[in-house]
Design a protein around this ligand. Structure first.
Ligand code: NAD
Ligand code: TYD
Length: 383
């Protein structure tokens, strides 16, 4: 375990994005003695509005920078004497990766390599070198490829947690993603994340850098960019716009509430074993079409519409190219070794999520109008 008395400055990359903003908020509020440096390029997916509640905290600094810009990252690590890195910055949307794989290779592969090299070279200048340091890389379960849907009607899930869903507790096959599985990425997104994971492990194995990798399932919750299934559909239902369901809607994803992921990241950053991999999941598999129906029913109920009134918005469209059939995480290693499990039942998580988007229509409107990209431009222009 790391000696955290030396841990002063933590660089969190991608902190203006969906998961990153929850991690930054958690660390800034929970650890007043740490200095949290949020490094984000503010791509289309980065939005500083996600952090407005903590932006003036004395232990927080935002720096607009590209993780591929090695010189800037190295200089910042030196200036802030960074000893911890939590690396979330990435291009994260599969559909975009199908249209523009180069951007994914640049940011996810070269950007991660630039972060690793900057941390390595800076840490090697320290008197104690890697002692008290940690490079934590956040990755995805999509690197493992796709599981088969051997039980389309669902079987009882073999896993139970204190938060197991009362509404639905199904698995759609016998196999699950475990940490020892071979990588078999299919999309340019997952291929780029797989490659970045390999580089992180290579830096441990070659240079002895204290690294950790975690692979998490699909997250949902507040502040997710509305190109992803759940926020996109909540917004479309609100405006009674069509809901584009890819293929037959039979694909299965394992959903985890984003704050539970942030809690896992906190725990693993502090207590995880160097060089280890941990899978993080919700024990919560859903077919897309079933989750869409739950979202429609929840939005309709909260908006006072007749329940199910918007089911006719479901519109089946051409399937995503290479669409992975099923993702399902076995996160018992994390449960067993560090005592983590999801805290929230899916019913509660989805209720909170739908309410949050409906209550934050202005946040959504500023994104859909593109206004958010100009929002802080002047404020950070010269930093
Ligand atoms: P996101 O797209 O919402 O946010 C990504 C953030 O990274 C944005 O703020 C963006 O501005 C920033 N960024 C992009 N390119 C950058 C660059 N070159 N330099 C600096 N900053 C840059 O993504 P997310 O959904 O919050 O995902 C965060 C991380 O978690 C990613 O690494 C992703 O692969 C991983 N992950 C996501 C999920 C999920 O369900 N969303 C699941 C498992 C793992
Ligand atoms: P997404 O939120 O893009 O996450 P990922 O592709 O990383 O799992 O998509 C979740 C699932 O929903 C995935 O199976 C694709 C499907 N989907 C649709 O059917 N329609 C949509 O408009 C979107 C964005 C996704």
């Amino acid at each position: 375990m790391i000696d955290f008395k030396d841990m002063k400055s933590i660089m969190i990359t991608g902190g203006a994005g969906f998961i990153g903003s929850h991690v930054v908020r958690l660390f800034v509020n929970k650890y007043p003695d740490y200095r949290i440096i949020n490094v984000d390029k503010l791509t289309y997916a980065g939005n500083l509005e996600n952090l407005r509640d903590i932006e003036n905290c004395p232990n927080y600094r935002f720096v607009k920078a590209d993780i591929c810009d090695f010189d800037t990252i190295y200089a910042l690590m030196q200036e802030e004497q960074v000893t911890g890195v939590i690396h979330l910055a990435a291009e994260s949307h599969v559909d975009r990766s199908i249209k523009d794989p180069f951007t994914f290779a640049r940011t996810n592969v070269m950007g991660t390599l630039s972060m690793l090299q900057a941390a390595k070279l800076y840490w090697e200048t320290r008197e104690n070198k890697y002692e008290g340091c940690r490079f934590y890389h956040i990755s995805t379960d999509e690197v493992y490829g796709a599981l088969e849907l051997t039980h389309p009607e669902g079987i009882d899930s073999p896993f139970t947690t204190t938060a197991s869903s009362a509404l639905h507790h199904h698995a759609y096959g016998e196999k699950f993603f475990t940490e020892d599985l071979k990588y078999m990425p299919h999309s340019p997104y997952s291929a780029s994340k797989a490659s970045s994971d390999h580089f992180v492990r290579a830096f441990h194995d070659t240079y002895g850098m204290p690294t950790i990798v975690t692979n998490c399932s699909n997250n949902y919750g507040p502040y997710q960019f509305p190109e992803k299934l759940i926020p996109l559909f909540i917004n479309n239902i609100r405006h009674r716009k069509p809901l584009p369901v890819y293929g037959k809607g039979e694909n299965v994803r394992d959903w985890l509430y984003v704050e539970d992921h942030a809690r896992a990241i906190d725990l693993i950053f502090h207590k995880g074993q160097v060089a280890e991999t941990y899978n993080i999941g919700g024990f919560n598999e859903w077919k897309n079409i079933d989750i869409i129906k739950v979202v429609i029913a929840t939005v309709d109920r909260i908006l006072g519409r007749e329940e199910g009134a918007d089911m006719d918005l479901i519109t089946y469209v051409t399937d995503r190219a290479g669409h992975d059939m099923r993702y399902a995480i076995d996160s018992r290693k994390l449960q067993r070794e560090l005592g983590w499990e999801p805290s929230l039942q899916f019913e509660e998580g989805i209720e909170r999520t739908v309410r949050w988007y409906l209550d934050h229509q202005e946040w959504m409107d500023r994104i859909t109008s593109g206004e958010y990209e100009r929002y802080y431009e002047d404020m950070y222009k010269n930093r």
